[in-house]
Ligand binder design. Structure first.
Ligand code: HAM
Length: 420
């Protein structure tokens, strides 16, 4: 049954993207893919659903995304499938499946895709949302980390969302690195189990790092004194992180060290980061990412270190809301006045479109006043007004909608008169 009695509504936590905001959605997505391509990241499109096991193994069976948020269903062939909650595991799966790692490394890919998580909806948190992401797969040098991070931060600033970059290293799966740290952290948490929020007690065994992300004030108070991963990194993770921070400093990317930053997906190793925007309220992370050096092996592939990020388009649009909507890029709005002119105006609009110009007209058979209003609202540079007199003389009146100046031009010269 629809969620509102008697009438259909979009499912809870989903959005219809309507004009004019939808224009921004397209504009931001295009700009992102363009920015990514200029740094050598080529687009990839993977299916909207995958075998459930990919996310269980890739994202981690103890992660909240897998335990609580997946849209999983059984298809008619009895397979368990899941709407993708994120893009990294599918991209690595595709790289392995198609042997993209056999060429030059790193493989650099970008995507703009819908993701699905059954979260409790609130401002900036939806059940279907859109991510713009890049992944650089096959290289573990710190320059790759710096490249990925710089691209994300610059792109966000370019689309009008300046962010703070929070940066951490969470080490790698080894006894002399994260393994030892998790032992220290677990001991620390066990000693204070009674002071933790009730929901966090079970995390000590299943996913102790996540206690840093607890929203429970009691847990947060305990975590303020918790041992930090950055004090327990092995020599190679320490050197790698130093390489990342030094390179970011070299290329003048500001960052803030955030030793309590842990990420919600379990594949992360070493570098972890988040881009945080001002004024978004609780859901203020407009993007996040990090290294996932063990993900390929978890999926049955060879060692293939990788790093990437995903930016939340819905949050980018919320953060840009204060910005004026980008004006429409129409060149001409054709206005038809009087008997027999509508069909001619339509032919002219089609002719302009064929000539590569952006043209529109009123198809609602409105009077001239209504059409001029529509022309103004359309953001077009010119109104091309076709009356009976003009039609008879092979001319058309051009009104500059910025200055209100008018002139007559020969119909045959219309394209050159309006071409920007
Ligand atoms: P994530 O931090 O889960 O990382 O998501 C990245 C971004 O997607 C978030 O910072 C946020 O802007 C947006 N986002 C996440 N969940 C929602 C939601 N329910 N509603 C609206 N926006 C949301 C990943 O997904 C990783 N795959 C990123 C990555 C790529 N790491 C390495 N490569």
């Amino acid at each position: 049954m629809p969620e509102d009695e008697g009438s259909f509504r979009a499912p809870k936590g989903t959005n219809d993207l309507l004009p004019p905001l939808s224009n921004q959605y397209v504009e931001v997505s295009r700009a992102a893919l363009d920015t990514f391509a200029r740094a050598g990241y080529q687009p990839i499109e993977t299916p909207a659903f995958e075998h459930t096991e990919l996310f269980v193994r890739g994202v981690g069976e103890a992660s909240e995304v897998v335990t609580k948020q997946m849209y999983t269903f059984t298809d008619l062939g009895g397979r368990s499938l899941t709407l993708r909650p994120e893009g990294t595991a599918p991209v690595v799966r595709a790289v392995l499946e198609h042997g993209l790692d056999r060429g030059a490394l790193p493989v650099k890919l970008s995507y703009s895709s819908a993701m699905f998580r059954q979260e409790r909806p609130q401002k900036g948190r939806y059940r279907q949302f859109f991510q713009l992401g890049i992944e650089a797969i096959g290289s573990d040098g710190p320059l790759v980390d710096a490249e990925v991070i710089e691209i994300g931060k610059r792109f966000l600033a370019d689309v009008g969302v300046p962010t703070k970059l929070f940066l951490n290293s969470i080490g790698h799966h080894a006894n002399d690195c994260r393994g030892a740290y998790l032992g220290v952290l677990t001991d620390f948490l066990n000693e204070r189990v009674d002071s933790l929020g009730p929901g966090d007690r079970e995390r000590i065994a299943s996913n102790p790092l996540r206690t840093f992300d607890s929203k429970d004030p009691e847990t947060a108070a305990v975590m303020a004194a918790a041992p930090l991963i950055t004090d327990h990194l092995c020599e190679s993770c320490r050197a790698h992180f130093a390489g990342v921070t030094e390179t970011l400093t070299d290329i003048q990317v500001d960052f803030e060290l955030a030793p309590r930053l842990v990420r919600g997906l379990d594949y992360y190793t070493r570098t972890a980061f988040e881009f945080v925007a001002e004024g978004l309220g609780a859901q203020d992370a407009v993007g996040g990412g990090g290294r996932y050096d063990g993900l390929s092996e978890n999926l049955g592939g060879p060692p293939l270190p990788g790093i990437g990020f995903a930016l939340g388009v819905d949050r980018i649009l919320l953060a840009r809301k204060e910005n004026p909507i980008a004006p429409s890029e129409l060149d001409v709005f054709v206005v038809a006045v009087g008997e027999g002119t509508a069909r001619e105006a339509f032919k002219i609009a089609t002719r302009l479109r064929n000539a590569g110009l952006a043209a529109d007209l009123d198809l609602g058979e409105r009077a001239m006043k209504g059409q001029m209003k529509a022309a103004d609202r359309s953001g077009a540079r010119w109104a091309a007004i076709l009356g009976e007199r003009e039609l008879a003389s092979g001319k058309i009146t051009l009104k500059d909608l910025k200055t209100a100046d008018q002139k007559e031009v020969a119909l045959a010269d219309l394209e050159s008169a309006v071409r920007p």
